[in-house]
Design a protein around this ligand. Structure first.
Ligand SMILES: Cc1cc2nc3c(=O)[nH]c(=O)nc-3n(C[C@H](O)[C@H](O)[C@H](O)COP(=O)(O)OP(=O)(O)OC[C@H]3O[C@@H](n4cnc5c(N)ncnc54)[C@H](O)[C@@H]3O)c2cc1C
Length: 293
């Protein structure tokens, strides 16, 4: 039974709370499309209120101990479990120091109450173009570990979102964790978001720079959220920054490449032209700041 009008009530569903990963995977395998995973619930319950999803079964994974871990191995990287909240990551010293762009994105993601419940994995799995965590994950070459009763596979963050609110997950899979490799030596990273009247990004950009003063070894990565239905890393821009040229020239060449590769979308929040303008402005700003100018 549902109570009241849409936007207030949620459709009837069966709430399942597996105690082990095995039990969760068996449940997903049994119900497939009829089931939805619940982590923080912030996104899922809203989608259900709006009748955009109506699962028969909601599988709450918060009681599974091994999904609640953050582990870091020097030289290898960081693994973030599926039920680790955004607040826990905001207070994690390794995330702040080594994965700064992700930390900066989390700090401006909605408000502290929401961050206490929401998980990073839930934010990624919601898979809307404007989610803030995706562009940083792209510049860190993140991978998601998908599990099912049939085993595990790693999915690169760049391949994970396949369309608006659509992921590469099979109906019987869940994401157990996100892995971020050790960032390149001597690197720094940043995130900037331009928000609409709501809290969501119209455009967000993440960038990583290493070895600024050694062009052949220089690494400059750039990724955008909100520009296209799936967040995008512009790989083609990376070779522009291997050249020994003044920053102004590099920026001009880089922007030409960005707009050859990315054609911004138009929606109720912004026109294509406005998004282009924001992308240009934010790209110049983030790269200049990383460059130390
Ligand atoms: C008022 C408000 C403001 C917001 N502001 C922002 C903002 O500024 N920036 C931003 O990026 N977002 C924003 N959001 C979106 C919000 O941050 C996301 O809804 C939230 O991060 C989702 O995380 P969750 O843990 O609550 O996921 P859930 O709601 O539990 O799940 C979200 C989706 O992911 C799926 N899912 C979750 N975990 C897994 C898993 N382990 N494996 C497979 N599928 C899974 C669920 O089935 C569901 O479809 C806002 C939301 C609200 C309500």
């Amino acid at each position: 039974m549902s109570f009241g009008a849409p936007y207030i009530s949620i459709p009837e569903f069966q709430y399942l709370k597996p105690k082990t990963l095995k039990e969760a995977l068996e449940t997903l395998s049994k119900y497939e499309d009829e089931a939805k995973v619940l982590a923080g619930g912030v996104g899922l319950l809203n989608l259900m209120k709006e009748r955009l999803v109506e699962p028969e079964y909601v599988v709450d994974i918060k009681g599974i101990p091994e999904l609640r871990k953050v582990t870091y191995e020097e030289g290898k990287g960081l693994t973030i479990g599926a039920t680790v909240t955004l607040s826990e990551l905001e207070n994690n010293e390794i995330v702040e120091r080594k994965y700064t762009a992700l930390h900066e994105a989390i700090k401006v993601l909605s408000d502290p109450v929401l961050r206490n419940r929401s998980t990073l994995v839930g934010n990624v799995c919601e898979a809307f173009a404007w989610m803030d965590s995706l562009s940083p994950l792209l510049v860190f070459d993140a991978e998601l570990k998908a599990l099912s009763v049939n085993g595990e596979r790693m999915i690169k963050a760049k391949d994970f979102i396949i369309g608006l609110a659509e992921t590469a997950l099979e109906p019987n899979e869940l994401v157990a964790s996100i892995f971020l490799p050790e960032p390149p030596k001597n690197s720094a990273s940043k995130f900037i978001k331009f928000r609409s009247r709501s809290e969501f990004s119209v455009i967000n950009v993440a960038s990583l720079l290493a070895n600024r003063d050694n062009p052949p070894e220089r690494i400059l990565r750039l990724a955008y959220g909100g520009a296209t239905p799936s967040p995008v890393r512009v790989f083609a821009v990376e070779k522009v920054f291997k050249q020994q040229k003044p920053l102004n020239e590099l920026l001009k060449e880089a922007l030409d490449v960005v707009f050859k590769e990315v054609s911004p979308m138009e929606d109720m929040h912004a026109s294509k032209e406005y998004r282009e303008h924001l992308m240009e402005t934010l790209t110049i700003k983030i790269i200049r700041e990383l460059w130390g100018e």
